[in-house]
Design a protein. Structure first.
Length: 281
C-alpha cells in the first residue's frame, strides 16, 4: 500500500510539474518523474504524446503515460531482483536468438529484393494452374452476374428493363450512361464474383441465384431489382484461372523466394569452406 501511495504522489506531483514546465522555457532535459534510479524526462513526454490536444485531454494522457511508465519501471526492478542466474541466462539466450533471427531475416530480405525475379508470365501461371488444378477447389460459390437496382418511381423504368434484358453491347452502354439514376449496379458479367457479396446487395435467396437465368425481376419497399445469371460455380468446383490468377502468381513468387534462399545458403557455405572460414572436425 505504501508503494502505491508513493507512486500516486509521484504521478500527481509530476503531472503538475509537467504543466508548469510547459509554461517555462522549453527545456527538454527537465525531469518529470523518478522511479528508483530511472528518470522520465519532459522530452520523452513530448515525443510520445499527441500534438495540439486540449489541455484537459493532455492532463489525462500525461497522467496515464507517467503511471504506465512508473509501473513498468517498478515491475522491471522487482523482476530483476527476483530473477535467478538461470533465469537471466535463459532470457539472455532468448534475446540473443531473437536478435540474430532479426539480423538474418533482414539480410535475406535485402538479398531477395536485389535478386528475386518478380516477373511471372501468363504462360507460367497457366502451366502452374494446369499442373495443380486439384489444389484449387472452391470453398465458396461463384457467379457471373449482372444486376441493377433503382427506385420503383424512377422515370423510364420500362426502358431500363428493356435495355437490361438486351444482350447488345450498345444497349448496355446506354444503361451505363444512366448509372447516376441507379442505387447500385453491376453490368460486367464476364468476371466471377463471390455469391455472398452479391447476396449482400440483392434480396434473393441463394438457391435462386445459383441457377442460370437470363432475367429475374423482384421488388420490395426499396425499389426494383433486375438480375441475370450468366454462369455458376458451386463449392468444390475447380476455381477458374481468371479468379485465382493473382494467388497463383504469389505462389510462384513464394516458391522462387524459397529456392533463392536455399541457393544463397549453399553459396555462403561453399565460399566459407573455400576460404577456410568453415571447417568440420
Amino acid at each position: 500500500m505504501r508503494g502505491i501511495a508513493i507512486l500516486f504522489c509521484i504521478v500527481c506531483l509530476s503531472s503538475c510539474k509537467y504543466f508548469k514546465i510547459q509554461e517555462k522555457e522549453n527545456n527538454t532535459s527537465e525531469i518529470v518523474a523518478i522511479v528508483n534510479t530511472e528518470k522520465l524526462f519532459k522530452k520523452d513526454l513530448l515525443t510520445n504524446l499527441p500534438k495540439n490536444i486540449h489541455k484537459q485531454d493532455s492532463l489525462i494522457l500525461v497522467n496515464s503515460y507517467i503511471q504506465d511508465w512508473a509501473i513498468k519501471q517498478l515491475l522491471l526492478s522487482k523482476a530483476k531482483d527476483n530473477n535467478t542466474e538461470e533465469d537471466n541466462l535463459k532470457i539472455n539466450n532468448l534475446v540473443k536468438d531473437y536478435k540474430e533471427s532479426l539480423l538474418i531475416n533482414n539480410y535475406k530480405e535485402q538479398l531477395i529484393k536485389q535478386q528475386l525475379d518478380t516477373v511471372v508470365s501468363d504462360e507460367k501461371i497457366a502451366i502452374y494452374y494446369a499442373n495443380n488444378r486439384g489444389n484449387f477447389k472452391l470453398n465458396e460459390e461463384l457467379v457471373k452476374v449482372k444486376y441493377l437496382h433503382f427506385s420503383e418511381n424512377i422515370k423510364n423504368k420500362n426502358e431500363f428493363i428493356k435495355l437490361f434484358k438486351s444482350e447488345k453491347i450498345e444497349d448496355l452502354e446506354s444503361l451505363e450512361k444512366q448509372q447516376l439514376s441507379f442505387k447500385f449496379h453491376q453490368f460486367n458479367d464476364s468476371v466471377w464474383t463471390q455469391l455472398d457479396k452479391v447476396l449482400l446487395k440483392l434480396p434473393f435467396s441463394k438457391e435462386k441465384l445459383l441457377k442460370k437465368t437470363k432475367f429475374i425481376q423482384e421488388q420490395d419497399s426499396l425499389g426494383l431489382y433486375l438480375v441475370a445469371i450468366k454462369d455458376v460455380l458451386t463449392r468444390d468446383s475447380i476455381a477458374p484461372l481468371g479468379y485465382i490468377r493473382s494467388n497463383i502468381k504469389q505462389m510462384i513468387l513464394h516458391k522462387r523466394k524459397i529456392e533463392l534462399i536455399r541457393d544463397i545458403e549453399k553459396i555462403i557455405v561453399k565460399d566459407a569452406t573455400k576460404n577456410n572460414n568453415f571447417k568440420i572436425y
